[in-house]
Design a protein around this ligand. Structure first.
Ligand SMILES: *[C@@H]1O[C@H](CO)[C@@H](O)[C@H](O)[C@H]1NC(C)=O
Ligand SMILES: *[C@@H]1O[C@H](CO)[C@@H](O)[C@H](O)[C@H]1NC(C)=O
Ligand SMILES: *[C@@H]1O[C@H](CO)[C@@H](O)[C@H](O)[C@H]1NC(C)=O
Ligand SMILES: *[C@@H]1O[C@H](CO)[C@@H](O)[C@H](O)[C@H]1NC(C)=O
Ligand SMILES: *[C@@H]1O[C@H](CO)[C@@H](O)[C@H](O)[C@H]1NC(C)=O
Ligand SMILES: *[C@@H]1O[C@H](CO)[C@@H](O)[C@H](O)[C@H]1NC(C)=O
Ligand SMILES: *[C@@H]1O[C@H](CO)[C@@H](O)[C@H](O)[C@H]1NC(C)=O
Ligand SMILES: *[C@@H]1O[C@H](CO)[C@@H](O)[C@H](O)[C@H]1NC(C)=O
Ligand SMILES: *[C@@H]1O[C@H](CO)[C@@H](O)[C@H](O)[C@H]1NC(C)=O
Ligand SMILES: *[C@@H]1O[C@H](CO)[C@@H](O)[C@H](O)[C@H]1NC(C)=O
Ligand SMILES: *[C@@H]1O[C@H](CO)[C@@H](O)[C@H](O)[C@H]1NC(C)=O
Length: 464
């Protein structure tokens, strides 16, 4: 049992074993394999991070600093707040979901085997997060904000849109579009569902799973973003925002994706299981290979692309560490068998076999929670790399948003993107595919990719 005191809620008790399915908060990981933290210290967050209070006066600073201290766990659980940015670390047994929910200007900046750490944001970013919070919750975060006129936030003005049950990229894009539109219109936002039984593809209905919550939507994995209640079926018009690397886009994304404690913990656990992770380094290349259902002869069918195209376009050399993100087994097979001397790193997890998973066969493990965690493990690892090589996929937008967000927090430059050309099927080809059976064309494409890759391997071995 861990106890902490909150000025807002008096004393609350948290049990490390009975994790509540509180919807919860952001997660920027600095994946760091530093396990040498033998001693865990105790102290108050210090007062040196003045930049954070750029819009507040000094008396507010004191109030907030004291409040932070009181909100910290009791000494048995607390750790020292280290460094210039007052990074405060906690053992995983301390669940700070509720505290984090109501401290929007703190983010998770480190996640390791034994601890995770939070830091306060600075300047404009902190102001942005507090304003967003105020709009979403109708209350101010600190004394300074309290003295400012609150927006006339009224849940009757709630903007809601349906969270599409589709691949991760499309689903998150829908929520982002709603969230940003709402903000621009000065309205609070909630994601919504068609009816109370419409489950999101990546949410589980297994009530025994840690990832279960009764909304069966994205917010089972995150901190609650606000306190207005959605009305099933309402789908307000929203604008369409493409991925952008502007601050405000990545900030909306960051606020939305503040993972809850359970999600953070399970992602961290899975990261430590990725084999070869030590080879990844921080000068790696990501390749995202989408096969799966994109080989079905539907109107959007595209030809699969062999790894050789990825290798060529980004000039990948055998010694370069390459993280493979793929939904498909044949990609892993191709990498292992035909490019055996390359430095591939990938998660060991269930994947679909080309089109045999069917349309949107995105849960090959049968466990939505495992799939969700796997995707974010891969994204966290991907955020360490400098280059992203990809084909046509909606997931890329989210990958870019995620990586950009993490890299901004860490002060790293944006990644370089390379796009491989992926030809669509023309009408004659599509007709032939349809006539020849559901998996015919996908199998043909894979055969051709393997054939060319085998030839390439032979050529390279002749030359060496
Ligand atoms: C500073 O804070 C004090 C106490 O909360 C308040 O009375 C005062 O108006 C504030 N000054 C400014 C410039 O916000
Ligand atoms: C704190 O900031 C100073 C000056 O910016 C820098 O020299 C020092 O290395 C920083 N310390 C830590 C622990 O980050
Ligand atoms: C909220 O808005 C609704 C409709 O716009 C209005 O009827 C209601 O009085 C408002 N409530 C508050 C507390 O302003
Ligand atoms: C959905 O709502 C109906 C009636 O409004 C209720 O009977 C049912 O139990 C609800 N289902 C869930 C999963 O909450
Ligand atoms: C539901 O989740 C629990 C806990 O993870 C697991 O043991 C059980 O097998 C799952 N049930 C189904 C039907 O997947
Ligand atoms: C869903 O769970 C929350 C608490 O997690 C509870 O307040 C709410 O009433 C539940 N809703 C339904 C429809 O069961
Ligand atoms: C986001 O930033 C752009 C440019 O920096 C600005 O034009 C736009 O109004 C901002 N949108 C929001 C919702 O703050
Ligand atoms: C990073 O890798 C690229 C090859 O992908 C290489 O050209 C470059 O020198 C490397 N940079 C560093 C800092 O190691
Ligand atoms: C994919 O499925 C086909 C048909 O069942 C099978 O022949 C092939 O070996 C499978 N490939 C992989 C990599 O599992
Ligand atoms: C479709 O592509 C094939 C090559 O695969 C080509 O021979 C054929 O002419 C194209 N048909 C049309 C209608 O563009
Ligand atoms: C292999 O080498 C032959 C002969 O040089 C060449 O025609 C062919 O394009 C090469 N194939 C690949 C996949 O590199």
């Amino acid at each position: 049992m861990v106890q902490y005191k909150s000025t807002k809620q008096s004393t609350r008790r948290y049990s490390a074993s009975t994790f509540q399915c509180l919807l919860v908060s952001m997660t920027l990981f600095v994946v760091c394999l530093y396990l040498g933290l033998a001693v865990i210290y105790i102290s108050a967050p210090n007062d040196s991070d003045a930049d954070y209070y750029d819009d507040a006066n000094r008396s507010s600073v004191k109030t907030e600093a004291q409040e932070s201290f009181e909100l910290s766990p009791t000494p048995a659980a607390a750790t020292k707040c280290l460094g210039n940015n007052s990074e405060c670390c906690f053992p995983w047994s301390v669940n700070l979901d509720e505290w984090r929910t109501h401290h929007p200007d703190w983010g998770v900046t480190r996640s390791e085997r034994d601890i995770y750490c939070l830091s306060k944001f600075n300047g404009r970013k902190a102001t942005f997060f507090r304003n967003l919070y105020k709009l979403q919750w109708g209350v101010a975060v600190n004394d300074h904000d309290r003295t400012m006129a609150l927006p006339k936030r009224n849940c009757s003005d709630l903007l809601q849109n349906l969270q599409i049950s589709s691949g991760m990229g499309r689903s998150i894009k829908a929520v982002m579009n709603g969230f940003i539109t709402a903000f621009e219109q000065g309205r609070p936002y909630q994601l919504n569902r068609l009816r109370n039984t419409s489950k999101w593809m990546y949410a589980t209905s297994n009530t025994s799973s840690w990832g279960y919550c009764n909304t069966t939507s994205l917010n089972c994995y995150t901190l609650p973003i606000g306190n207005c209640i959605n009305t099933y079926g309402v789908d307000d018009p929203v604008n369409n925002y493409g991925f952008s690397s502007t601050n405000n886009y990545t900030w909306f994304y960051e606020y939305l994706m503040r993972f809850n404690h359970q999600t953070l913990y399970h992602i961290q656990e899975e990261i430590s299981k990725v084999s070869q992770i030590e080879k990844l380094g921080d000068n790696c290349t990501v390749i995202h290979v989408r096969r799966g259902d994109s080989g079905l002869p539907r109107s959007l069918a595209r030809w699969y692309v062999g790894l050789i195209e990825y290798i060529r376009i980004a000039n990948i050399r055998p010694e370069d560490p390459v993280l493979i993100l793929t939904d498909d087994k044949t990609t892993i097979y191709e990498a292992k068998v035909f490019y055996p001397n390359y430095n591939w790193i990938y998660m060991d997890r269930p994947r679909v076999n080309i089109t045999y998973g069917g349309f949107e066969g995105l849960i090959p493990s049968g466990d939505e929670v495992q799939e969700f965690v796997a995707i974010y493990v891969e994204m966290i690892l991907a955020s360490r790399c400098n280059k992203i090589v990809h084909g046509h996929s909606g997931f890329i937008r989210e990958l870019m948003a995620f990586c950009e967000t993490v890299r901004r927090v860490r002060g790293l430059p944006s990644q370089k993107y390379y796009k491989v050309v992926q030809r669509g099927m023309n009408s004659t080809e599509r007709k032939k595919c349809i006539q020849s059976g559901r998996h015919y064309c996908a199998e043909k494409m894979i055969d051709e990719i393997y054939r060319e890759a085998a030839e390439g391997l032979k050529n390279r071995s002749i030359h060496n």
